[in-house]
Design a protein around this ligand. Structure first.
Ligand code: GDP
Ligand code: MG
Length: 434
């Protein structure tokens, strides 16, 4: 239903600095976003204004310049680093005879390219449809020019615009129903994990910080890593073994960017749900980026928006291999006054500092758990199954005379419940460790 962009797409980028706005342009990010959508930025125009021009967003002079740039570079897109009203988009499009895209449209295009799971794809389509429905007039004229259109004319008297509106509404409803189903399925599997109290750790962080690289380094999995924004859209779940804790689930998540349009935060909230349920957030930071402090702030703001602001964080300063200031290096850590590791410097790419990171994870997560050796008789198979269901078994050796020697690691809550069900169990646990 949506035209995909061709690789040969070329765009002139437009950014307006507003005089009374302290937040300066991040043109680097803008051109990276463009590249991530598969579009080559051929030229960037900036201007300074007090407020947007009501008709064209930019002034008439800039507009003329824009037209020249478009024809000089044979661009087929003009991309604004802003939200234009539908009529501003249409006016510029008509004036420059070139397709116009807003920042939201650009991000949606990237999402569409990157969505990999069924749910991710549905969410992108929904967001695109919603974005489209507000701009339907333009799309309609655009489609009419192509003598096609997305719909077949309905009953007599129904205009093409009405048909398009109806079709979009119907499509939105279908997608919403499907999404609802997928969401229920995902919640069920998450509830199963919660029942078992499997610990979930979510990787969060600004886009390009190295989350997927770290995810791969820790899990040995092949998740798509690319020097592109939004290389992953859906959380990818893998389990890893942490010494003394057993299996924990690690979730890779979509990159956070600043000014993620609000409508998109809503549309993608579901893909971030894993994050809100995590026991610990690994907040991955590109330590080599001079704007890293801003990025930490942006990420924390999005976390607050999705209600994850109170989940404990471990700050992971990645790309420490690129630091040459002599102060920080991979493998370094910072503790708080209780001796808890709060910051750690690693290189996910070179695999440096990862053992320390796993130790830090163990330290941060082993609170409220008991660990020890447990000998079970042949008649205690049911207890053994219970322990397995709770993912509490770290080691299991069958005994020649029947029964098992187990090493278990379990939450205090679960242990107490089991001890109530099985008399003598509390005394049977040997060599309790922390
Ligand atoms: P994500 O968007 O946070 O998932 O980031 P990625 O894992 O896709 O990594 C983005 C880019 O940073 C890729 O080009 C990686 O190779 C690079 N990268 C990741 N970790 C490191 C690191 O420790 N050192 C260096 N030098 N580059 C890294
Ligand atoms: Mg990634």
């Amino acid at each position: 239903m949506f035209e995909r962009l061709e690789c040969s797409d070329r765009a002139v980028l437009v950014h307006v600095n507003f005089r009374h706005h302290s937040d300066q342009a991040d043109l680097q990010e803008f051109s990276e976003l463009t590249l991530a959508a598969g579009i080559i930025p051929v030229s960037t125009l900036t201007s300074v204004r007090d407020k947007p021009d009501p008709k064209y967003y930019i002034g008439k002079g800039k507009l003329e310049e824009l037209v020249q740039e478009v024809s000089l570079h044979q661009a087929n897109f003009i991309i604004f680093n802003h939200e234009l009203t539908p009529s501003q988009e249409r006016n510029v499009e008509r004036f420059a005879k070139c397709r116009v895209m807003s920042r939201t449209g650009l991000i949606l295009e990237i999402f569409a390219k990157r969505a990999r799971t069924f749910e991710g794809k549905l969410q992108v389509e929904l967001a695109q449809l919603e974005h489209m429905s507000t701009r339907l007039v333009r799309i309609w004229t655009h489609l009419e020019r192509q003598k096609g259109g997305i719909g077949v004319r309905g009953g007599p008297g129904e205009t093409q615009l009405e048909v398009d509106r109806r079709l979009i509404r119907e499509r939105i409803q279908i997608i919403e129903k499907r999404l609802e189903k997928v969401k229920i399925q995902r919640q069920q599997s998450r509830h199963a994990r919660q029942r078992a109290e499997v610990i979930t750790i979510a990787l969060v962080g600004y886009t390009n910080a190295g989350k997927s690289t770290l995810f791969n380094a820790l899990t040995g999995a092949e998740v798509w890593v690319a020097n592109q924004l939004f290389a992953t859209l859906d959380p990818t779940l893998r389990s890893i073994d942490i010494q003394g804790l057993g299996k924990v689930v690690l979730a890779d998540t979509v990159g956070f960017i600043k000014q993620l349009p609000h409508t998109l935060v809503d549309a993608f909230r579901a893909t971030l749900e894993e994050t809100t349920q995590a026991s610990l957030l690994l907040h991955v930071v590109d330590a080599s980026d001079e704007k890293y402090e801003d990025h930490i702030h942006e990420v924390n703001q999005v976390l607050a928006e999705i209600g994850a602001q109170d989940i404990p964080q471990l700050l992971v300063f990645n790309k420490a291999d690129l630091l040459d200031n002599g102060v920080y290096h991979p493998g370094q850590k910072e503790l708080d006054k209780d001796g808890k590791i709060t910051k750690i410097w690693v290189s996910a790419l070179k695999g440096i500092g990862l053992d320390l990171l796993k130790d830090a994870l163990q330290g941060r997560l082993s609170i409220n758990r008991v660990q020890g050796a447990l000998q079970l008789g042949p008649e205690q198979g049911q207890l053994r199954s219970q322990l397995y269901a709770l993912h509490a078994v770290i080691d299991d050796t069958p005994l020649p005379e029947g029964g098992w020697n187990l090493v278990i690691n379990i939450t205090n809550n679960h242990w107490e419940k089991l001890c109530q069900q099985h008399t003598g169990l509390a005394q049977a646990l040997m060599a309790k460790v922390k």
